[in-house]
Design a protein around this ligand. Structure first.
Ligand SMILES: Cc1ncc(COP(=O)(O)O)c(C=O)c1O
Length: 395
């Protein structure tokens, strides 16, 4: 049996006609830059995230970059972030001339650890006050501890840029002053939230695309100007921006897919439950296989709805590299996200990060493995994945 890590074919087959029609509409309109398809998607994403504004951009990377540019973060500045994420999080910081400060991640979620952030912010405030933004990442589709991160941002008066590239639609509980819990969507809690429409995301285009959402209308206007060379009006440039515009062909495809996003999240959640049951039945849970945890699955002891969107389903295992090879030889797709922490990347060698140590992130880089979790995965395929893993550990 073949079990690819991700199979986009079922989605493409189901929506082929609608997508072709949408794309043809753009082609026939002869409006190829921004235009109504982009505006329509921006409004739909703003509504979906329950924010006022959304600005379509060329990729998730550029969503981060344009946020940093609009905040005028640059040489001499630091941005507090996680060492355990896709490279783009850190790449965007270097691209504006700033440098990252890394806080290790939490064991349960592999998201940035607010205790460590608090220490670093305090240290920075006693020194040169160079940390100018906080960039948490909602890794694998689960929100970072935003309640604590928002409190830190308020205390130190630093804006939050949420790297929500993997987490569109994920939710996070915030407790109001009256004690009631508000579930907020990824991206809607910081100054900006940055999404990627890379094809492997839960909402993926047929190429690159991204979006920045914000509740600050003036900042949205600034972002709109930065994504278009800092021009407002045309040919009058108050800032040095870039060409970070979302392509209308991508926007038209994403508008076809967006109404189905919640259903795909639900199917991924159902697949996660199936894995949990199968691993439990096989006696693998806890040792040797640590399954991903929904860290907000109950509040004050009460069960709450599943907030995780499972862009990735990550297990932690001993002998990870041998297991990966074993699965691949048996036609099961799997991948390591991510094998090298950012502070250990070769391109940082000259900056002195190599001497730093982030033990939780480093351990995750050594033992985490992504299994197939896409919506159309069948029960039989999941059973085959778990049987094969059981076979590996019994051998
Ligand atoms: C956490 C994270 N940040 C940023 C990005 C960058 O998004 P894009 O590939 O659309 O530039 C990604 C995409 O994979 C990501 O996973």
């Amino acid at each position: 049996m073949d079990v690819p890590l991700l199979d986009l074919q079922p989605q493409m087959t189901r929506f082929r006609e609608e997508i072709l029609q949408a794309v043809t509409g753009v082609i026939d309109s002869t409006r190829y830059i921004l235009g109504p398809q982009v505006t329509e998607l921006e409004q739909a994403i703003a509504d979906y995230c329950k924010v006022d504004d959304a600005v379509g951009v060329s990729s998730g990377t550029d969503a981060l970059l344009v946020s940093l540019m609009a905040l005028e973060i640059g040489p001499g500045d630091l941005v507090l972030t996680t060492p355990y994420t896709f490279f783009a999080t850190m790449g965007s910081i270097f691209r504006v001339g700033a440098m990252p400060v890394f806080a290790d991640v939490e064991k349960r979620s592999l998201n940035i650890d607010p205790d460590r952030m608090a220490e670093l912010l305090e240290e920075d405030r006693r020194g040169e006050c160079r940390i100018k933004a906080i960039m948490p990442v909602h890794l694998y589709g689960q929100c970072a501890d935003m309640e604590r991160i928002i409190a830190l941002a308020a205390q130190y008066e630093i804006p939050i840029i949420e790297d929500s590239a993997q987490a569109i639609g994920a939710e996070c509980p915030l407790v109001d002053q009256d004690g009631s819990v508000q579930w907020r969507r990824a991206g809607s809690m910081g100054l900006t939230g940055c999404f990627s429409f890379f094809p492997s995301k839960n909402l993926g285009g047929i190429g690159d695309g991204g979006m920045v959402v914000t509740r600050d209308h003036d900042f949205a206007e600034l972002l709109r100007s930065y994504r278009n060379h800092g021009a407002e009006p045309k040919y009058y440039h108050s800032h040095i921006g870039g060409n970070f515009r979302l392509d209308p062909i991508q926007a038209s495809v994403l508008s076809v897919k967006l109404p189905h996003l919640e259903q795909w999240h639900q199917q991924r959640r159902a697949n996660s439950s199936v894995y949990h049951n199968l691993f439990e039945q096989a006696g693998l849970t806890g040792d040797p296989v640590i399954l991903p945890e929904s860290v907000y699955s109950n509040i004050d002891g009460a069960e709450v709805h599943d907030f995780h969107i499972y862009n990735q389903f990550i297990i932690r295992v001993p002998r990870r590299d041998a297991l990966r090879e074993y699965l691949q030889q048996r036609s099961i797709g799997c991948e390591v996200y991510y094998p090298v922490c950012l502070h250990e990347q070769q391109c940082l060698a000259e900056y002195g990060y190599g001497d730093l140590s982030f033990p939780v992130a480093e351990q995750a880089a050594g033992d985490s493995l992504a299994l197939p979790i896409y919506p159309e995965l069948s029960d039989e395929q999941q059973a085959y994945v778990v049987e094969t893993i059981a076979g590996f550990f019994q051998a």
